[in-house]
Design a protein around this ligand. Structure first.
Ligand SMILES: N[C@@H](CCC(=O)N[C@@H](CS)C(=O)NCC(=O)O)C(=O)O
Length: 370
């Protein structure tokens, strides 16, 4: 039994999913907000019921999705008691054990990167967050970090685990995925064979630039990632409808598209795309064409050519009307078709102006002008 290891390239963060094979009860460790669609998909694919969303600490470089996972997947949020994550429903102390099905995961207080940081032990695996990295360790220069505490956590807590314990870090910046306690004890460049004073000197000399998102990430993570501008949780699930696979919010559509899970087809006219703007990477298959808005006689053939077999298709128009008709037609053609709500520009407001009431651009999703 090995954990499912997932990677966020933007922050080089590892997220882990572990589960009990009999009950399918699962735990997620350090989930990332921008990866929530991927993580929900992983849970669905493996038939898992998420019981716990765990944080190793309050992250400084990315925002957690724990709060959203609680609402969408029914998980309970848990965080180290010393991290100040007041929204977590279970505040963990050293030695606390969480059950998921017949499995158990145990919290180890490993301060140093932050004062509250924890590692989690499951079977012969340890999830070390930013305490122990492969051939490295978390920095100690902000958020109540302490090199002296980290030295103790590494040498007196983690290195006391059996040598064959597999180490799963919270980040890796060089593409490494796992290590072992024995290997880190023998060769970790920062701590192996080093005295406390030598370790502290190494950490003091690092002089790393602050994480780029620290100002927004820490406050958000102290509230389990729930922010005023977080999309409503229900907008991250497709809404089933009759006639096609479902309606999706622009945000969810972007997540599916970015993750390569769906083809994005823009059904607006050539003129709209050229003059108003377009989504880079979207495929143009007009539903109707300007002038006259006559039906595109080649729609079926062009759509079928655009969507590889087995792929979902997301249909985008100006405000979500033509895309419904196009999604219904795509369904008749045998495709798994979703309508993107609100379209590229949304509905007009009281001044008959678009882009002010929803839409792809309104939500700040990527787009360009020709
Ligand atoms: N460059 C990254 C941050 C890298 C960083 O500072 N990582 C932290 C964890 S959030 C760390 O402890 N790094 C240890 C190291 O790089 O040695 C960003 O701007 O987000």
């Amino acid at each position: 039994m090995t954990p499912i290891q997932l990677f966020d390239t933007a922050s080089s963060t590892y997220t882990y999913v572990l589960f009990d094979p009999a009950s399918r009860d699962a735990v997620i460790i350090d989930p990332v907000d921008t990866q929530i669609a991927r993580d929900l998909q992983v849970l669905r694919e493996h038939g898992l019921k998420l019981i716990w969303a765990l944080e190793t600490h309050a992250h400084a470089d990315h925002i957690t999705s724990a709060g959203q996972l609680a609402e969408l997947a029914g998980a309970k949020t848990t965080a180290p008691a010393g991290c100040g994550i007041s929204t977590a429903s279970v505040q963990l102390k050293d030695g606390d054990v969480l059950d998921f099905g017949a499995e158990q995961i145990r919290a180890l207080h490993t301060p140093g990167h932050t004062a509250g940081s924890m590692s989690f032990v499951w079977r012969s695996h340890v999830f070390t967050g930013d305490t122990l990295l492969i051939n490295g360790c978390g920095r100690t220069d902000f958020q109540s970090g302490s090199a002296v505490q980290l030295y103790h956590s590494l040498t007196e807590v983690l290195f006391k685990l059996p040598d064959d314990t597999i180490v799963w870090p919270g980040h890796d910046y060089q593409g490494k995925t796992q290590s072992s306690i024995g290997q880190e004890k023998a060769s970790n460049a920062r701590v192996a064979g080093k005295s406390q004073a030598e370790f502290v000197a190494i950490m003091d000399a690092l002089k790393l630039p602050p994480p780029q998102r620290i100002q927004e990430a820490v406050p958000a993570n102290l509230r389990s990632g729930l922010r005023h501008d977080t999309p409503a949780p229900e907008s991250l699930l497709p809404r089933p409808v009759d006639g096609y696979a479902g309606d999706v919010s622009p945000t969810l559509a972007w997540q599916w598209f970015e993750a390569g899970e769906a083809v994005l087809v823009d059904v607006r006219t050539d003129a709209e795309r050229a003059w108003v703007g377009f989504v880079p990477g979207a495929i143009a298959v007009a539903w109707k064409q300007w002038p006259g808005m006559a039906m595109n006689p080649d729609f079926d053939a062009q759509l079928q050519a655009a969507v590889p077999e087995g792929q979902k298709v997301l249909l985008l128009c100006r405000s979500g009307v033509r895309s419904v008709a196009a999604a219904q037609r795509a369904t008749e053609l045998g495709l798994q078709a979703y309508n993107i709500l609100e379209g590229f520009e949304g509905d007009p407001d009281e001044h008959a102006q678009r882009n002010r009431r929803g839409g792809w651009r309104f939500h700040g999703l990527p787009w360009r002008q020709g």
